[in-house]
Design a protein around this ligand. Structure first.
Ligand code: CA
Ligand code: CA
Length: 443
């Protein structure tokens, strides 16, 4: 049997350095685990070593969901997996091969060997972006500039793999849907650098030119130095968007909402305005996500609950407000308020009838205590939630008067209710229990 190795050489376009998915802080454990040599995998590795001749070094994608140097994926939906491998041949330190392989009745065959002038794969993803029935292969390759990668796209059909022009320079890319939920698009995000403006770009496939091209771009906040959390989803009112939680150099976080305005046929980023403070700027590590499972992305803003002076400020809980996004007015719409206790990983939903500036919450060791707020000072205690060490709770140490809400290996969260029936803040123990949630569940 003879191997067919089409030498579709990409390379060349280092100036269009685009690339991988994101800087999300994912574990590298999987990436560092060598592939097992069994069955199909052994055959695939044999094919790689036959193709590479003279030895090779596998290359592991550094970001994204696919961290293996040999990825198996059924691209054309026939229930038989294809395989993709990344490697540098011996003496080829700056030439990276992407080998696409498929299984035939006659064993595994090479479908395409694409060589790129680079040293690393940033990220791999699969999505139907060219309108074919098969999943397209999206690869981000690293460049020598930090945070700058370049995007390549390949389409697979009937055993053949072809390169699709992409050549977008970017810092992170995401496959999802901005226009209709049944269609997948690629959105690239670029951090500000000497080579790049900070921007988001929506890519669309042009079948005549066999190329992914920038349909629309919008400026993003150039002070953001990394992306912490990115999510595609419904914003409400039939508008879909991508919520980007980015970190500034001082580790504060802000959200940007990117959506495609069909009437104007432009990408929009309304929460970012030059020289205007982003209203979502926060120190708390809470992200845009659908925390209440209503199908819409919730966008957090964070501010301090009332406090007397700078000394009490540090011990005052943050109030997080969850919003939905109203695309028609490009405005955030308040949903619910929560008091945050990040140190002990929980939050408490504020009852809707509690008016702002009539209550506050203090963080006191392992307790969060709610008080009435009388204009400028603390009033009557309302209730408290205390995170007991689980072992201490077990031993019943200092637990008198507390009712358990939730317990895990580390903490036993318990409440002490101070309200009585003539208080406007009156809550039952059950109402307090229901208002409690772990931050991982909402953040
Ligand atoms: Ca297949
Ligand atoms: Ca929601």
């Amino acid at each position: 049997m003879k191997l067919r190795i089409p030498a579709a050489v990409l390379g060349a376009c280092m100036l269009f350095s685009a690339g991988g998915c994101s800087f999300l802080e994912l574990s590298l454990d999987d990436a560092l685990r060598p592939p097992k040599t069994m069955g199909n995998e052994a055959k695939i590795e044999k094919l790689i070593s036959d193709s590479a001749k003279g030895g090779y070094t596998l290359k592991y994608p550094k970001n994204g969901n696919y961290r293996s140097a040999i990825i198996t994926k059924d691209l054309d939906g026939d229930d038989v997996a294809e395989a993709i491998a990344f490697f540098c041949g011996k003496d080829e330190t700056t030439r990276l091969h992407m080998l696409v392989m498929h299984e035939t009745d006659d064993g595994w065959k090479v479908s395409g060997d694409f060589v790129t002038e680079t040293t690393d794969v940033d990220c791999v993803d699969f999505a139907k972006v060219t309108g074919s029935d098969s999943l397209d292969i999206l690869i981000g390759y690293s460049t020598y500039s930090p945070n700058v990668n370049f995007l390549s796209c390949y389409s697979y059909k009937n055993g053949d793999t072809a390169s699709v022009s992409a050549g977008q320079s970017y810092s992170a890319f995401y496959c999802g849907s901005l226009e209709q939920s049944n269609r997948t698009e690629v959105v690239t995000l670029s951090l500000y650098s000497a080579d790049n403006e900070a921007k988001a770009t929506l890519l669309e496939y042009n079948g005549d030119k066999r190329a992914l091209y920038a349909k629309s771009s919008v400026a993003m906040d150039p002070s953001v130095v990394s992306f912490k959390h990115v999510t595609f989803g419904e914003l409400g009112g039939g508008t879909r968007g991508i919520a980007v939680d980015g970190a500034y150099a001082d580790k504060t976080i802000c959200s940007q909402i990117i959506y495609y305005n069909r009437e104007l046929a432009v990408l929009r980023n309304p929460l970012y305005r030059e020289k205007v403070k982003n209203i979502t700027l926060r120190t708390a590590d809470v992200y845009c996500t659908d925390s209440n499972n209503d199908g819409l992305i919730d966008i957090p803003t964070v501010e301090k609950l009332p406090y007397e002076n700078i000394d009490s400020r540090a011990n005052t809980a943050d109030k997080m407000t969850r919003h939905t996004f109203d695309a028609a007015n490009e405005a955030l719409v308040r949903e619910n308020d929560f008091a945050l206790n990040s140190a002990y990983n929980f939050c408490v939903k504020i009852p809707n009838d509690w008016e702002a500036d009539t209550f506050t919450a203090r963080l006191d060791g392992n307790a969060m205590r709610f008080f009435e707020w009388n204009d400028k000072s603390l009033g009557t205690p309302i209730f408290e939630i205390r995170a007991f060490d689980s072992a201490k709770w077990e031993q019943g140490k200092e637990t008198d008067g507390y009712t358990l809400i939730y317990r895990d290996n580390r903490y036993a969260y318990a409440l002490k209710n101070n309200t009585d029936s003539d208080s406007q803040f009156e809550l039952t123990d059950d109402e307090i229990k229901t208002s409690f949630s772990l931050l991982g569940d909402t953040g």
